[in-house]
Design a binder for this molecule. Structure first.
Ligand code: AKG
Ligand code: FE2
Length: 215
């Protein structure tokens, strides 16, 4: 199915790597439409460990927010928390790096969300953008970066069921995707989920960007 011809994308990085913060972030795989990019070396091991350490005492059962109003639901069985942004030096530095990778100014960034899944926990297939009838859709999300903070022993892949695409978590790597296309069919192809963890724990940091400034 060919849904569109070369829609403009937000993420304009080309070549096989990006240099941010003196760090060489590798572009490992690219899926063109919708644009999905797997990146490696986004965070150092130490940065991953710190994010887990900072968040682990503040995790609560995750809510879903397709309507912009969170509710607890079986769709999402993980635990999670949001950072407010620039709580500490590491977070400030990471937000800047993430904003550079995603080609969107930091003012459009929601607080980074940390998610933890234990065996059996998952995030069923969903869209990250809010449905058009909701209040939150007035300043909707446009792109996502999911960063893996640890290696998962088994399971926990991020999967895109409409694209037959699946990404295995790897500490410090990430998957980027965007859903701000004029063609709604392309946006809907970004349906994705976090498969159940089978063995071990899975920790991710998610960054969502909004169309307009929120800070
Ligand atoms: O855990 C994953 O692999 C996906 C997370 C996700 O979809 C999200 O945070 O919106
Ligand atoms: Fe998601």
């Amino acid at each position: 199915m060919k849904t569109s011809i070369n829609e403009e994308s937000i993420f304009y990085q080309s070549g096989d790597h990006i240099i941010v913060d003196d760090r060489k972030i590798n572009i490992v795989t690219k899926f063109d439409e919708p644009l999905i990019v797997v990146l490696d070396n986004v965070l150092s091991d130490q940065e991953c460990d710190k994010l887990i350490e900072f968040s682990k005492d503040n995790l609560k059962r995750s809510k879903i927010s397709s309507s912009g109003e969170g509710e607890v639901n079986d769709i999402r069985t993980s635990s999670s928390m949001f950072f407010q942004g620039n709580e500490n030096d590491i977070l400030e530095k990471l937000e800047k790096r993430i904003s550079a990778i995603m080609c969107i100014p930091i003012e459009h960034a929601e607080g980074i969300q940390i998610l933890k899944y234990t065996p059996g926990q998952e995030y069923k297939a969903h869209f990250d953008f809010f449905n058009s009838a909701s209040k939150a859709a007035k300043n909707n999300r446009i792109s996502t970066l999911v960063i893996y903070l640890n290696d998962v022993e088994e399971g926990g892949e991020t999967y895109f069921p409409k694209l037959n695409l699946s990404i295995s978590p790897k500490k410090g790597s990430a998957v980027y995707f965007e859903y701000f296309y004029n063609n709604e069919d392309l946006n809907e192809l970004t349906l994705h989920g976090g498969a159940p963890v089978i063995k071990g724990e899975k920790w991710v940091a998610t960054q969502w960007m909004r169309k307009q400034k929120i800070r």
